[in-house]
Design a protein around this ligand. Structure first.
Ligand code: ZN
Length: 111
C-alpha cells in the first residue's frame, strides 16, 4: 500500500487544492483571475437581487455589526469593514503604500 492510498479523499483533495491555489496566486494570471472572480460575483448579485435583499433584511443586525467591526489595515490603521474600500483610497493609506514601495526599491538597489 502506497502512502497516497493511505490518505483520505478529503486530504488528497485539500492537497490538490492547495497546490492549485499557490500555482494560481503565483502566476501572471492572478490579476486576471481576481478580476474575473469579482465580475462573476457582481453578476451573481445582479441575477439574485431578491436573494441578496432578503438576506440583508433577515440579517440586518448581523450585516450592520459586520460592517462596523474594526479590522487592522496593512498601513496600521484600524478601519471598520464597511469603510475599508474608502480607506484604501485615502491619503493615509496611499502614503503608506508609497513609502513601502520606496523602501522596497531602496533595498533592491542596496543588494
Ligand atoms: Zn490602510
Amino acid at each position: 500500500m502506497s502512502d497516497e492510498e493511505e490518505l483520505t479523499y478529503k486530504e488528497r483533495r485539500s492537497a490538490v487544492n492547495k497546490t492549485y491555489r499557490t500555482k494560481i496566486l503565483n502566476s501572471e494570471k492572478a490579476e486576471e483571475f481576481k478580476k474575473k472572480n469579482i465580475e462573476d460575483c457582481r453578476k451573481w448579485r445582479e441575477q439574485n437581487k431578491e436573494r441578496v435583499e432578503a438576506y440583508r433584511e433577515k440579517n440586518r443586525e448581523k450585516v450592520l455589526a459586520y460592517n462596523k467591526e474594526k479590522v487592522p489595515c496593512v498601513c496600521g490603521a484600524q478601519v471598520s469593514r464597511g469603510c475599508m474600500s474608502r480607506h484604501r483610497e485615502s491619503n493615509k493609506h496611499r502614503l503608506y503604500l508609497l513609502s513601502e514601495s520606496r523602501k522596497a526599491e531602496k533595498e533592491k538597489n542596496n543588494n
